[in-house]
Every structure is written in structure tokens, then in C-alpha cells.
Design a protein around this ligand. Sequence first.
Ligand SMILES: *Cc1c(COP(=O)(O)O)cnc(C)c1O
Length: 428
Amino acid sequence: MQRRSVLAALGRALLGGQAAVEARCASGPATALARLFTAQPASQPSSVEPGDAEHSFRAQDLVIERSTVRQPPINLQDLKFGTVFTDHMFLAEHAAGHGWGVPAIKPLGMLQLHPACQVLHYGMCCFEGMKAYQGADGRVRLFRPERNMARLRRSARRLQLADFDPQELLACLKQLLLVDRSWLPVQEGYSIYIRPFAFASSGVLGVAKPTRTTLSILLSPVGPYFPTGLQPVSLFVDEHNRRAWPGGAGDCKIGGNYAPTIMPQVEAAQRHGVPQVLYTFKEAAQHPDEAQFEEAGAMNVFFYLQRRDGSRVLATPPLAGTILPGVTRDSILQLACSWGAEVGEVEERPVTIAEVREAHAEGRLLEMFGCGTACVVQPVGSLVRASGEVFTTAAPFDAQRSLAGRLQQALLDIQYGRVEHPWSVAVE
Ligand SMILES: *Cc1c(COP(=O)(O)O)cnc(C)c1O
């Protein structure tokens, strides 16, 4: 609570007393505000909180066993997300009483699990999603990787899996990328999707703290998310199913948050022809339109609105425990903030159905977009409610001039190393 309220108070002092608004930046210095955006709810242990990282595996102990199998060349034209994997994987195992075993890079292969292992019964698993990019200069880069390492550690902690040193895991990841670097397509728009994950591998049926943890990283080459340029999608506004709730674990990337989203997604596609769901949340006794937008199944969301006085505001729901703190979300907040008057005000605060309905009705709904590592920015052209009501943006999507398009371009320029930026971390 301490850190959050100090930051919130600092934000209010800096920005003129808007208690409901977590952070805004139109009038403040970008550097101070950048820090406000990283404020996390009290339930989220910060990465410096004492864990058991001092007993972590070490990258210097890595054992590398090279694959002798030659995989057939990949067809870049027809690369479906998450279907092709590189030759090697990272693997480390922890057992209570023994600590971490020797970390290894091994040929990609099957895992052997006891049929009673906890992950298969209670979903005790967590994951990350990040990418490695090859720039025109041939260097391999990661994007703000320390954020993903810290978030994986936080998710693992929520499941009471074994702790590790995030810097050591990052060093192991870099090694893995170098071993499999020939898999990184040189073509523009291609990257390697990186999937770190951890799970409870204890073969015991008790719902209890896991006594074994398996930590692994897979690499998967992926093509451009938008091969023909940014395309707006529709989202179904789910006012019935909840993705997360106050006091839950919606702010962790744990398996249990994703399995229950498949049915709402399938139903939205069947009933409304819209396969992607935008979750909402409201307390029981209020009017339905007072529900707040939360996020899509694996994307945070932004609304770009014009106020009645003509000023503009970029708003995204606040990190109050029910939303996954996206690295892309945070990066967009900081970029939009640094662009100043070009964007307007930038706010982390609740956005209700009523506000968007009104903006739509008055032609003030400028843009909507989702964001995440896979797509970077996903423009949203319309929101569809179960009642049949549809909210559309005031003008059709314009890839060049829209804020979503400019943010996408700015982020890709950083990720591919076309501009120098501290967020971009070279692997060698
Ligand atoms: C991973 C994820 C995001 C996006 O996070 P990034 O760090 O930007 O990739 C957003 N929402 C949910 C629910 C997610 O799982």
C-alpha cells in the first residue's frame, strides 16, 4: 500500500488533484510520470522483494547439449503462430530440499511427467510471452526483457513455485537465443516468439505448495502479425463472464486465468460472429452501462476519446489487480506521454460502457485498440454488445495517421533497432 499511495499522492501533487485518475501527463515532466505508470497495486510484490533468488541456478553453470537432428527448413510464407519450434529448449528443475539442479539447454524434446503431477490437476503453471528481433544490422534484440523476467517471478510466487534470480534466467535465455539464432528469420516483420514457463511437477495429489518446479523456455519463429498492414477487428463486449475480479489473480500470467476464457470466446464467435472478447467488470447492483472495460483475453485496451470541449484523451483501465500489467501497455503509456500535446492527455482510469456509448453517439470515439507482445497494437473498429448495440469509431481506421498506427510504428522501430532506445536490449 505504501508505495502505491506515495506514488498516487505524488501524481496528484504533480498533476492537479484528480484522485480517480492514476496518472496523467499532459502537464507534467515525462520522466517523473514515467515512474508513476509503473506503480503497481499493493498485492503485487515488487521485483526487489526478498525471495529465494540467492539460491537460484546460475547461467555460468549452463550445460549445453546440441541437437544432432536437422529439422526441415521452415516455410516462412505459411508460419502459423506457435506451431514451429527451434531445435533447443532451456530446462531447469527445482526440488524442495535439493534446490535447483544444473540448468540446461537441450534438444527440444518431450517431457516426462508423473500422471499425478499438480499442474495436470490444479493448473499450477505460469508463463511469459516476449520476442527477439533481428535488426537490419544483424543484431538480435529483446524488448524490455527484465519486465518479463520480473513478471514471471511474480506469477511463480503467486503459485508458490520455486523462486529464481531473474537476471540469471535472462542470461540463460540469451544463451538459448544464440544457440538457435539461425532460426531467427532475417525478413522484416519476423521474430522469434519466446515462451518462458514454469509449472508444478510434483507427482502428488495434494492441493498444497509444490515440492517440484520445472522451469523451461521454448522459442518459436513467427511471421508478421499483420502481413497486409494493420487491420481493425471487432470485439464482443462480454457483460456476463468475468476474466478476473478484485482479490483474484487476474494480474498474474497464470494458466488458470486463460483456460476459462475459451468458452466465452467460442460462444461470442457462435452467437455474435465476433471471436475476440473484451471483458468488463461491475459490482452487482449497478446499471449495466456502469460496467467498466477491463481487457481482452490477452490484450490490454486503450480508448482515444475527444471531450466535448474538443480536447483529446487517451485512456486505459488502471492496474487495480484485475488487469494484466502488460509491457506493451506500459510502453504505450510512456510513449504517448512523451509525445505531449500531439496526443492530448493520457490517463489510467476506469472507462465505462456509458462513456464509450456517449462518445460513439456524439462522434467523439476517435480510436480503440488492444495491445500485447504478439500484435504490438491491434486496432479495434467496433464493440458489439449482446443486446446488438454496436459502438464504432467516428472514422474508419487510417494506418498512417491514427495514433494506433503511429504507436505501432514507434514500437517496431525500437524493437528492430531502427532507433536507439534503452528499451531495446542487444543479446550479444
Ligand atoms: C500477456 C497479456 C497481455 C499483454 O502483455 P504484454 O506484456 O504487453 O505482452 C495483456 N493481457 C493479458 C491477459 C495477457 O495475458
